[in-house]
Design a protein around this ligand. Structure first.
Ligand code: FAD
Ligand code: DLZ
Ligand code: SF4
Length: 508
């Protein structure tokens, strides 16, 4: 009997488990643009345009490769607007009684396929280095799931940057040499920009017509939308930004949204690039003497370390993960997360870049928007939904552990051993934002003081029971306790004023 092969919007890889199980002569690939996927959260239009363009071009590539593809555009009048609905419609049209799929990256969609009106056999998504079983085996019996230990196993497993059983250069991790503050005269090359071709223009027009009123800009669209473009972007990054990637990995500069970052996550996560080729390209640059070890090791760690570890956490922790709220935070997400309309220059810059590009780099996500959300006690589920909406690389498997875990500590310490919080000093050290801010970073209390400074102590104070015994936070508590009582009261009062303004929807 003919079978259907489902290919989802983030499964745009030729080497996909479901395709390996299929048969070109007998089976039909089903791809569909559906509202259930565009609307489960109101995704940034740039992300939708990217995915639709990339899906459409992937369908062309699959046909060239000998497959029969049944593709439903969003504006097809018969579109049922859900993945199971489109499978059923295809089954009726093709006389198929079952479908095969590669496991989706989200529990919601896995459940939808399990309940679909025709049987869907799911095969593991082996585009990752660690299978679910590999991660379970690693995690089994460990008290703490530290990324660094997982990463070393992945280095041994892949042989990347290995000299026999020893790490190249003698150390596993060169972060000590990374993370320099920005300096004047940095001139980041930025990512490779791709002029939209006809298919991409059509996808942009469709998305503009349907979702143009949503949050987020479609102007000046430059993402790659096919494998060739993604490969060219990889080569561009390795040549132009990788050599400096490590040094300024955590630096932030006003008007430089991309710094020396790869801008590859949308492509990798959608399936246009694979982890191995990306890491091998970086490793080769080191072997050729074109990029230093600290940069290359740092980059490879993000991919075979962090990215794989984060995915392992998502599937291990289960469907309730996105509703965890270990710190009992419940404040509503302020409007300025959607507008950038705030006097805090750092937050305004991160949010504006996000609106314009569906991108912000790691330190903006973690130490600006994430840090503020955590200090201000925002509802982690609302924070999670925001991150899932706004970034072109956001799918729940990767977004949720980064947000609920790493950034908001809402999982109670599965991902992080301590919360990522800081006052304005850290932002000032790593950026030039404070120079143009309406607030003063050197001012610790009172009107005009940097809100991060006061909220930082408010956070520590309100969560003393949970964190004061944490050895990695002991020093902060002793600094706080050494402040005189009036000063502490003043700081808490100042923080409370900021929180009250957030609650009233007043400008902060
Ligand atoms: P680079 O800085 O150049 O890094 C290289 C690559 O490493 C990235 O392309 C990415 O594939 C991988 N990587 C690095 N860090 C991580 C990480 N923590 N988790 C997974 N992969 C990583 N990444 C996503 O892909 N999707 C998300 O939805 C997402 N949400 C995040 C939310 C928060 C609060 C934080 C703190 C981080 C989040 N990240 C997410 C991780 C990271 O910020 C992005 O992967 C990175 O900014 C992507 O840009 P880049 O390609 O320029 O990355
Ligand atoms: C994110 C997304 C969007 C916006 N639209 C579609 C779509 O129309 N069709 C589709 O197959 N996939 C889409 N996706 C990606 C899915 O949401 C993604 O496969 C799941 O979230 C699992 O990672
Ligand atoms: Fe951000 Fe505070 Fe610096 Fe302003 S002073 S940019 S709010 S850290």
């Amino acid at each position: 009997d003919p079978r259907l092969i489902l290919v989802l919007g983030d499964q745009l890889s030729m080497d996909l488990s479901a395709l390996r199980e299929g048969n070109r002569e007998r089976d039909t690939i089903v791809m569909a643009e559906v509202q259930a996927e565009t609307d489960y959260v109101p995704h940034h239009p740039r992300k939708i345009a990217f995915l639709f363009a990339a899906m459409r071009k992937h369908a062309v590539a699959l046909r060239k490769d000998g497959w029969t593809v049944r593709y439903t555009p969003l504006d097809d009048v018969d579109n049922t607007h859900s993945i199971p609905g489109e499978l059923l419609r295809a089954a009726e049209a093709m006389g198929a009684t079952e479908a095969i799929a590669t496991e989706p990256g989200e529990f919601r969609l896995i459940a939808a396929l399990e309940d679909a009106p025709i049987p869907v056999h799911m095969f593991p998504d082996d585009r990752f280095l660690a299978s679910h079983a590999d991660f379970e085996a690693w995690a089994e019996g460990r008290k703490e799931l530290r990324m660094e230990w997982f990463y070393r196993d992945m280095r041994r497993k892949t042989g990347l940057l290995m000299d026999g059983d020893k790490p190249e250069g003698g150390k596993w991790n060169y972060d000590h040499d990374n993370r320099k503050p920005p300096k004047d005269g940095l001139n980041p090359p930025g990512p490779l920009r791709h002029a939209p071709d006809k298919i991409t223009e059509e996808a942009i027009d469709l998305v503009r017509a349907r979702f143009g009123n949503r949050y987020g800009s479609l102007d000046d669209f430059w993402f790659a939308t096919d494998r060739e473009g993604a490969l060219a972007s990889l080569a561009h990054f390795v040549k132009h930004s990788l050599p400096t990637f490590g040094d300024f990995q955590d630096a932030m500069v006003k008007g430089e949204p991309f710094m020396f970052h790869a801008l590859l996550s949308p492509y990798i996560n959608a399936g246009l690039l694979g982890w191995r080729e990306v890491c091998e390209a970086a490793e080769q640059a080191w072997k050729d003497g074109d990029a230093p070890l600290n940069a290359v090791e740092g980059f490879i760690r993000q991919i075979i370390g962090w990215r794989e570890y984060i995915r392992g956490i998502y599937f291990r922790e289960g469907p309730d993960y996105t509703t965890r709220n270990a710190l009992d935070h419940s404040r509503a997400l302020p409007e300025f997360y959607w507008t950038g309309d705030t006097d805090m220059a750092c937050v305004s810059e991160a949010v504006t870049t996000t609106m314009d590009q569906a991108y912000a780099h790691h330190i903006q996500r973690l130490m600006v928007t994430g840090n503020f959300a955590l200090l201000a006690g925002l509802d982690p589920h609302q924070v999670h939904e925001w991150y899932l909406v706004v970034y072109a690389d956001a799918y729940e498997w990767v977004e949720a552990p980064n947000v609920i875990g790493m950034s908001q500590f809402a999982d109670g310490g599965v991902v992080g051993s301590k919360p990522y919080v800081s006052g304005g000093n850290y932002i000032n050290k790593m950026s030039d934002y404070c120079k143009s801010c309406a607030y003063s970073v050197s001012q610790k209390v009172g009107d005009g003081a940097c809100p991060f400074n006061m909220l930082y102590w408010h956070f520590l104070d309100r969560h003393r029971d949970r964190f004061s015994d944490n050895p990695r936070m002991a020093q902060m508590y002793s600094t706080w306790d050494r402040m005189d009582e009036d000063r502490r009261a003043e700081v808490l009062e100042g923080a409370q004023k900021v929180l009250d303004r957030l609650d009233q929807g007043a400008r902060v």
